[in-house]
Design a protein around this ligand. Sequence first.
Ligand code: NAD
Length: 503
Amino acid sequence: MKTTVKSLEGSRQLLFINGRFVAPKNGNYIASYDPTTSEPWYEFAEADAADVDDAVAAASKAFRDPAWRRMTQTDRGRLVRKLADLVLQHADELAEIETRDNGKLIKEMRAQMRSMPDSYHYFAGMADKLHGETIPVNKLDMLNFNMREPIGVVGMITPWNSPLMLLTGTLAPCLAIGNTVVIKPSEHATASTLALAELITEAGFPDGVVNVVTGTGKSAGEALTRHPRIAKYVFTGSTNTGRRIAGNAAMNLVPCSMELGGKSPHVVFGDVDIEHAVNGVVSGVFAAAGQTCVAGSRCFVEANVYDRFIDALVARTQRIRVGHPMDAETDIGPLALADQLSKVEGYVASGVKEGAKIAAGGKRPQSQDLSRGWYFEPTVMVEAQNDMAFMRDEIFGPVVGVMPFKTEEEMIELANDSNYGLASGIWTQNIDRAMRFANQIEAGTVWINTYRASSFMSANGGFKESGYGRRGGFEVMREFTRLKNIIIDYSGAMQDPFVIRLK
Ligand code: NAD
């Protein structure tokens, strides 16, 4: 892999179409900014409909090409494994690129990149394990079976917060099954996906199996999601964009898998060790500066321990170190975008206006060293109400609203009172209560006495406005295959051509 943080500096990044890096037809490029300094550091190509057409044509051709179509399952699995090994070999360089692009902590990105190959290996193993079934047919001398086959060209649109990790969960199974792909990474963090394209070539995937079109949602994204030759869209991003993409896809009757936003409830009962629960709540909402879809940003605490919990949460929050993401001592880096910083400030101000109080944080850090970047202090808001704007909308920043509850019924009502349904967490030593919560909560993931633990071996996804479709586990294989029903008559008997044979 040639791309490094150093080589990106001041460079112009091209599109990756049909196995080659090519310039956009319109000659346009967009600057990518370093979130720690707000300065531009490289440029990437602004693809439009003409480039997207080329990428889809390359992916369609590759899908039909015997070099891919007739590759054995074992060989396809081998290629995905080769990619896994290359990702592992370049994990630290990929991590540095992502940190520089989106401001997430280097320690977190290294951990993500070093664990990603396991995910590729897991899905590579599925290439030769996917099978259909034989079905009774209620007729003699006939064989009836279902076959699973790849669906075609998959359009993948990714966000900026964990570009490669979020891509891996769908790219790896998609390739293992034999589909081809056009990826549109976020305009706020494109570099790591282009670097991955280099590794895809190095691994030996045939040209056109994976293509990357960079650019804005308005241009490249719209062109991709209106394209008539895409078999499925996999989108990870905000709920509003998801609505727009699902609308475009519907015009061509193309199915989607949607991983969208969240406003997840995090519940604490008085029967737990408070420091332990505080640690969980901090990790749930302040990790990655709150820029995670599963952020536990609405915290409900049993009234009998509420004051004690708030004191401990505020004390812990004040010890969080905001700093440069490359520094191993840093807990919270900058937000990835200037707009994101204004959005967070706006929600904190609106919360205060609606009657909430800031118990910790609430502003940009005062340190001179951080003044050029898009930093915001981890913020605890108390006297929150579930109907305040900052408790209803996804902020995608380091802000938690906390409120007390008295009964389990009241807590469930509050927790479910949201348009979103992505994740949830509960801290209690009472297993009956934890299971009652798990049964009643409207969320695709339930964490009990932990938060943000995840496995590529289990199916994840949202309920309600957090999306539909599942990533991970065997379930994801169904997302990227279609069923074909085949009936063979081996009786040799001539049938009446005007009567359908029901028996
Ligand atoms: P976003 O919706 O602004 O953008 C996501 C992607 O969609 C980008 O590549 C963007 O260019 C593209 N896009 C924008 N408009 C488009 C259009 N009209 N047509 C086609 N593509 C378009 O999201 P973001 O700000 O990059 O990411 C943050 C959001 O992603 C948050 O809401 C977060 O919760 C969500 N997210 C969800 C998950 C999950 O697994 N559920 C994971 C990570 C992030």
